[in-house]
Design a protein around this ligand. Sequence first.
Ligand code: ACO
Length: 436
Amino acid sequence: MDINTLEDEVFALSSSSGKKYNLPEIKGTLGPKGIDIRKLYAESDLVAYDPGLGNTGSCESKITFIDGDKGVLLYRGYPIEQLSENASFPEISYLLLNGELPTEGQLATFDGQLKSHTMLHEQIRNFFNGFRRDAHPMAMLCGTVGGLSAFYHDRLDISKAEDRELSALRLIAKMPTIAAWAHSYSQGYPFAYPRNDLGFSENFIHMLFSRPSENYKVNPVLARAMDRILILHADHEQNASTSTVRLAGSTGANPFACIASGIAALWGPAHGGANEAVLRMLGQIGDVKNIPAFIQKVKNKEDGVKLMGFGHRVYKNFDPRAKIMQRTCQEVLGELDIKHEPLLELAVELERIALADDYFVSRKLYPNVDFYSGIILKAMGIPTSMFTVLFAVARTGGWVAQWKEMIEQPGQRISRPRQIYIGAPKRDFVAINQRG
Ligand code: ACO
């Protein structure tokens, strides 16, 4: 198939039949135009081929916009730099879900609603005892979130707006509790219950670190850093995990199951597992003097070694979140009076060397959000295995907004990609004694 443009007409030309199929253009508010190929296969013998979906618009969305060449990230039109500076994570969750920034009254109501759902059904505690003590917290998160549908099925009719909203609130509110309990379980600490007198991120830190034996006071600088990390990770348009949530949701599956599928997709090292991989990589490099040899290994693509925390499918200039993260990293280290953090020094030097190297420059590989987030989290006392869990807590705000938007779209139907089959042509069955 050839895609051709002639003045303002776009059409596909079938090389087998010579027939021409007009492809209407779709225009969004910002970003590239789309070619509407929805009717192409029904009218022709042609399907679009785009493995990795890097050139496919899978939906229309009003939630998040990214301009990868200019390093722009907007939630509902607002730049991430302004939001991360001025808003709180609940405010961002409201914005993602409802399309507008809340008034003071709306935020107070939303905050109150979230707080009324921070607790977990007491029997959910038993889930954790079923896991081995050394289970990865992402495994516990994935299993427990999927299991929520067994507890909160009273109001799971996704055709009802009230039920969709309630599920969204339950998911955003309960995720920190599940995440903190997964952490406590793996460390052997008792579970801390939510404290609704605290803000969202303060409460999360309290559940992660407070112990019944002592009075724990949440450091406001760390609470603000946590809030910023959550805001920066809250949504990122149609990335792998969000697309997974939408795909699962398109079948009519319940939102708890859909978010569990998003958590599973997020777990991979090419996606949410990257900040964990960055720290592992920095640990392996060990010393600034080993950086050149490591960079050479990456450039030689030895054993598939990559510079973790570098590169992005969409950002081909810089990741705006990485800059905010680097600043937050300095704030947190300053607050904790960490004057000498070898990992940070390694990261800064690695970034400097990579950004001056033609291999990375020519491929437009820049630090992404995960390059610095791991160092902040480590300084805050959060173990590496919890990094992706925190990412999932944040991304739940985006996932539920994207899921809700999809369900509410007129004409929504099951997602079902096609393929180009390259297997054997039709052939007859061969009896087992005649094979070989
Ligand atoms: N280190 C070394 N080389 C890289 C890197 C990297 N981190 N990323 C891409 N490349 C190379 C590729 O090998 C390829 O080289 P080639 O042209 O010689 O074949 C070229 O750059 C283009 O890379 P693609 O694979 O086409 O990039 P893609 O858009 O598919 O992948 C991805 C993006 C998965 C993020 C990739 O850059 C990567 O694996 N980065 C490291 C993992 C990471 O940090 N992930 C976090 C992403 S952000 C997030 O999920 C929140």
